[in-house]
Write a protein that binds this ligand. Structure first.
Ligand SMILES: *[C@@H]1O[C@H](CO)[C@@H](O)[C@H](O)[C@H]1NC(C)=O
Length: 333
C-alpha cells in the first residue's frame, strides 16, 4: 500500500506562497510570448504569419523588456514586418525551430524582404534557422529564360538600433540573406549562412548607411558576396570569418549615384577565403560620384583557391550591360 501524501507543514505552505509570488512577479517583469500560444503551428504547412505578428504586437506593447519564444519544429511564414517603435528597450527572441518561407517564390516577390524589422531598438535573436526556400528562384534565374522576379531578402533590419544576433542560421535565401540599412550598434556572432555556390545574388550579410556594426565568428557559404559593404557604412568590424564558396568580402559596389555617402573605418581581420571568386575587394562604378572609401584595414587573410585575392575595380559593371564607361568619381584613400 502506498503511503498517503503527507500534509505539507504550514511553514512549507508559506514558503511556497512566497516563492510563487516571487516567480509571478519576475514573469510580470519580463513576459515571454510563445508563438504557439498565438496559434502558430510547427507543421511547416500552416501559415503562422499572423501568430508571429500577434506575439510581436504583445511584446512590443509591453512596457517591460519582453521575450518571444519559437519552439522546435518548422513554422511557415509569408512576408512579415515587425514594426517599432515599441514601448520597451528590449525584445529578446529565442528560436529553437526553423522559420520557412513559402516554396512558391511569387508569394514574397513584391515585398522586397521576407522578414523585416523596422524602427526597432534592442532586439536580439538567439539561435534558430531561417529557410528562404530560394532554389526554385535560383533555377529560374540560372535558366537564362528571364522573367524571374528579383526575390526577397531573408532578414532585414531597417532604421534600427542596438541589435544582437547570435547562433542564427540563414539558408537558401532567394536574394540577400541578412541586410542592415540605417542601423546603429549591431553585433552578429556565430551566424551561419548557407546557400549554393551557384545561387545568384545571395549575398550573405549586407550593410549600408549603418555604423558600429560587428560581425564575428561566423561562417558564410553562398553564391554572391559573403559580406557586402554599401554606401554610408562606418565603423565596421569583421573578425574571424570563414567565407566560401562566394564572391569574397566586398566594399561596394559604390558610386552608382552622383551623391553618395562614403565608407569609412572598416576593419576586416582573420578571414579564411576558400574557393571564392575574390578575397577582399573594392568595386566602384565608372561614373561621376562624390562617394569615397577611407581608412580600411584588411589584415590576416588566408586565401585558398581564390581567383582574385585582392582586387580594386573602379570600372565595375554587373553583367557588363549598359556600362557607363566613364572614370569613377569614388576616391579610394
Ligand atoms: C573605428 O571603428 C571601430 C569599431 O569597428 C571603433 O571602435 C573605433 O573607435 C573607430 N575609429 C574611429 C577613428 O572612429
Amino acid at each position: 500500500m502506498a503511503n498517503p501524501t503527507p500534509k505539507p507543514s504550514p511553514s512549507l505552505i508559506i514558503l511556497r506562497v512566497i516563492l510563487g509570488c516571487w516567480l509571478c512577479s519576475s514573469v510580470a517583469l519580463g513576459a515571454t510570448y510563445n508563438v504557439v500560444n498565438f496559434g502558430a503551428k510547427s507543421d511547416g504547412k500552416t501559415d503562422s504569419t499572423k501568430a508571429f505578428l500577434n506575439a510581436w504586437a504583445k511584446a512590443c506593447a509591453s512596457t517591460n523588456p519582453a521575450s518571444i519564444y519559437v519552439p522546435q519544429g518548422k513554422f511557415l511564414l509569408k512576408s512579415a514586418t515587425f514594426n517599432g517603435k515599441c514601448n520597451n528597450k528590449g525584445i529578446s527572441i529565442t528560436i529553437d525551430g526553423t522559420l520557412v518561407a513559402p516554396s512558391d517564390y511569387r508569394v514574397t516577390e513584391n515585398s522586397g524582404n521576407w522578414l523585416e524589422f523596422e524602427r526597432v531598438n534592442g532586439v536580439s535573436i538567439h539561435g534558430g534557422a531561417l529557410d528562404g526556400q530560394g532554389t526554385a528562384l535560383w533555377d529560374c534565374k540560372n535558366s537564362g529564360k528571364g522573367n524571374c522576379p528579383s526575390g526577397a531578402t531573408t532578414l532585414a533590419f531597417t532604421n534600427s538600433n542596438n541589435i544582437a544576433i547570435g547562433g542564427l542560421t540563414s539558408m537558401n535565401s532567394q536574394l540577400f540573406h541578412i541586410v542592415f540599412n540605417g542601423c546603429q550598434n549591431v553585433k552578429l556572432q556565430g551566424v551561419k549562412v548557407l546557400a549554393d555556390g551557384n545561387s545568384p545574388n545571395t549575398d550573405g550579410i549586407h550593410i549600408q548607411m549603418s555604423s558600429h556594426v560587428a560581425i564575428i565568428n561566423s561562417k558564410i557559404r553562398t553564391g554572391d558576396d559573403c559580406i557586402s559593404i554599401g554606401p554610408g557604412t562606418t565603423n565596421l568590424w569583421i573578425e574571424n570569418i570563414a567565407c566560401g564558396p562566394g564572391h569574397g568580402i566586398s566594399i561596394g559596389s559604390l558610386g552608382k549615384d552622383l551623391k553618395e555617402a562614403g565608407v569609412q573605418n572598416v576593419t576586416v581581420k582573420t578571414v579564411t577565403f576558400t574557393g571564392t571568386q575574390n578575397g577582399v575587394r573594392i568595386k566602384t562604378w565608372g561614373r561621376p560620384s562624390n562617394g569615397f572609401v577611407r581608412n580600411v584595414l584588411f589584415q590576416d587573410a588566408i586565401m585558398e583557391n581564390v581567383e582574385n585575392p585582392v582586387i580594386i575595380d573602379q570600372n565595375y559593371c554587373s553583367d557588363n550591360k549598359g556600362c557607363p564607361g566613364q572614370a569613377s568619381g569614388v576616391r579610394v584613400m
